[in-house]
Design a protein. Structure first.
Length: 276
């Protein structure tokens, strides 16, 4: 694939993460003055059937704040598949916690989801390498896709860094004292239409330098295998294939930019698309 076409492909993958236009066909979802999500009109009507004090107008869907503790109950009554993991509900990523909602219901309600991704890096004489994970074939979302050494959501009541430490041990057998050396390098916000609904995500990206002696171990069944790739191989896979999970593309593009693996003209295009 020619160089220009390869960069165009990566730019399209980045733009794909910003595919949702808001509100678009959805209605803003409010609790009191706080807009915390977006729902499709048909779902709004079903919500009102469950809770008649919900108001629907062209300006949006308004529920009393007293309904916030019942979000999981409403999701279950609507038959939305759940994942037995609550996330904090906020109007903005840094705002106050309004309630909790099961992770599986976030896309249906258009609620912000916060996640963490870790670049597990190894310095070798021949150049920098990155640990790459292959997602298990039985994962509900993006089975078999390539992922980071550590990646996951931030559960209710956790800070992003606390979630990173938790996921590091659960997913890769990474000791807490090692994981604590990770440093945050970037954040990415995107609004994306996906088969499961509207993804309004914030990703906290971290770098961690690991010794050559560290070998990750699949611990919780979410990862099928790990492999240590030269960064050049990571770049080629990113430019020439769809092997990586959709949001991993953002974090890896940032990593490769920071490591100077793109020509100046390519880097300028990618920075404009990535850092918005």
């Amino acid at each position: 694939m020619a160089s220009d076409a390869r960069i165009a492909k990566l730019l399209a993958d980045i733009e794909f993460c910003h595919s949702a236009m808001l509100p678009g066909e959805r209605l803003p979802l409010f609790a009191g003055p706080d807009r915390f999500g977006y729902v499709r009109p048909a779902l709004a009507e079903r919500l009102r059937a469950l809770a008649p004090d919900i108001e629907i107008s062209s300006a949006g869907v308004r529920m009393p704040r007293a309904l916030l503790p019942r979000l999981n109950e409403l999701a279950a009554a609507l038959g939305i598949p759940t994942r037995a993991e609550d996330f904090d509900v906020r109007a903005t990523p840094e705002g106050e916690v309004l309630g909790v909602l099961d992770r599986g219901a976030l896309p249906s309600f258009g609620v912000i989801g916060v996640g963490v991704h870790l670049n597990g890096l190894v310095s070798r004489p021949e150049g920098p390498h990155l640990w790459v994970a292959k997602r298990a074939a039985n994962k509900k979302l993006d089975p078999g896709k390539l992922d980071h050494l550590v990646a996951g959501g931030v559960p209710a009541g956790h800070t992003p860094f606390a979630a990173l430490l938790k996921e590091a041990g659960e997913e890769a057998g990474l000791a807490a004292d090692q994981a604590r050396q990770a440093r945050e390098v970037a954040r990415f916000r995107y609004d994306m239409d996906r088969p499961e609904g509207l993804r309004r995500d914030l990703i906290h990206a971290y770098d961690l330098e690991l010794p050559e002696t560290f070998i990750p171990r699949p611990m919780d069944g979410e990862v099928e295998a790990f492999a240590l790739w030269p960064l050049r191989q990571v770049k080629d896979a990113l430019l020439d294939s769809d092997m990586f999970k959709f949001n991993v593309v953002l974090v890896l593009a940032d990593l490769l930019l920071r490591r100077g693996l793109f020509a100046p003209d390519e880097a300028a295009l990618l920075k404009t698309a990535l850092y918005r």
